[in-house]
Design a protein around this ligand. Structure first.
Ligand SMILES: Cc1ncc(COP(=O)(O)O)c(C=O)c1O
Ligand SMILES: C[C@H](O)[C@H](N)C(=O)O
Length: 348
């Protein structure tokens, strides 16, 4: 059964398909049987490749999706009576349906404001020093998202300043790397420069948004936090019996370099869209376009008209507005069609 593709998906990089490099490795992993539950050779190779890529002997785990990755990683970084400091727009706060709190058996998220979706050292310290009594859930983890939920980036300097505050207050540092590849691409920084070298203890690295069907890698640079973590995954239903079908596509991304080129392309498409939108009368960006998503305010009639034309995009992310997300397979033709339709509906 083949149906015509609806070419108008810009709601999320989650709507893209599997990139060729990942598909090639998936099919290769399907050629022969292999051991289950992560004991296969593909999983071992993928984990080693991550250690080579990050230039660090980190622990590596694979789970199905980002909510599981964040929730389980955070549950390993603090105890139920602790709190996790995150930005008020953080995905773990807004879009994980209480997963982090559930899997940590009650750790509380303490949210902090910050321009452009980013935590600040001052905002973190304000929450840490707000109270010290026994009734306050003791801050133990800082969770930041790189690239952020509103498509902005933390510089290395900003990450190091957050690490300094974390050191001052004995806090651990979690990075939601749903779009980590986009951050590396945009900042022209190595994975090491944006993680362990700036004191990140654990990274949740999304493959789903980078060209996989599913599959997130959890990297523990602070290996003490990874003790018994595989049991957490199993208990949460996140230990894939046919793990090779998660890890082999990941290996395809890493060995081919597509993890980076996919992100570079997505970022380039977002820049193209961003420039095109800013050229339209009365259209302004809500946030600087630094990764693969573009946020603009559009009048309600325009949003309705665009959706009636078949365009899909979210209006509930971050501080509202319309979010357009570019992926590894986004094309200029698609974006030109969107820009033409936006121009047309705005002129109505
Ligand atoms: C910033 C961020 N973190 C985490 C996730 C969680 O991913 P999932 O939807 O796979 O649970 C997403 C979803 O796309 C996301 O945008
Ligand atoms: C919004 C949804 O949760 C998903 N994280 C996305 O960015 O598309």
């Amino acid at each position: 059964m083949t149906s015509e593709c609806s070419p108008r998906f810009l709601a999320s990089d989650n709507t893209s398909g599997i990139c060729p490099e990942a598909m090639e490795y998936l099919l290769e992993a399907n050629r022969c049987d292999d051991l289950a539950y992560g004991n296969d050779l593909w999983t071992a190779r993928a984990a080693d490749r991550f250690r080579e890529m990050f230039d660090y002997d980190c622990d590596v785990f694979f789970v199905f999706n980002g909510t599981a990755a964040n929730s389980l990683a955070l549950s390993a970084m603090g105890r139920s009576y602790h709190s996790v400091i995150c930005h008020e727009l953080a995905h773990i706060e807004t879009d994980e349906c209480g997963g982090p709190e559930f899997f940590s058996n009650g750790a509380k998220l303490l949210t902090s404001p910050g321009a452009n979706g980013k935590l600040t050292p001052e905002g973190i310290e304000a929450l840490v020093t707000k109270r010290s009594d026994i009734h306050y859930p003791k801050p133990k983890v800082v969770s930041l998202t790189q690239a952020t939920e509103v498509g902005t980036l933390y510089s290395r300097e900003e990450l190091m300043a957050i690490r300094a505050i974390a050191d001052k207050h004995d806090l651990r540092l979690h990075m939601d790397g749903a779009r980590f590849a986009n951050a590396c691409a945009s900042l022209n920084a190595s994975p090491a420069e944006l993680t362990w070298q700036v004191g990140v203890d654990a990274l949740c690295f999304s493959g789903t948004k980078n060209g996989l069907a599913f599959g997130e890698a959890i990297l523990f640079f602070n290996r003490e936090l990874a003790e018994d973590f595989s049991y957490r995954c199993k208990q949460a239903g996140q230990l894939a019996s046919k793990m090779r079908f998660v890890s082999a596509p990941w290996l395809g991304l890493l060995e081919s370099g597509a993890w980076l080129t996919n992100a570079q392309h997505a970022n380039e498409m977002a820049r193209y869209l961003s420039e095109g939108l800013q050229a339209l009368p009365g259209v302004s960006l809500m946030f600087p376009t630094q990764a693969n998503s573009v946020f603009v305010e559009l009048p309600p009639h325009a949003i309705e008209a665009l959706k009636a034309k078949g365009w899909t995009f979210y209006t509930f992310i971050g501080a509202g507005g319309a979010r357009f997300v570019c992926a590894w397979n986004t094309t200029v033709e698609l974006l030109d069609g969107l820009l033409a339709d936006i121009r047309e509906v705005l002129e109505r």
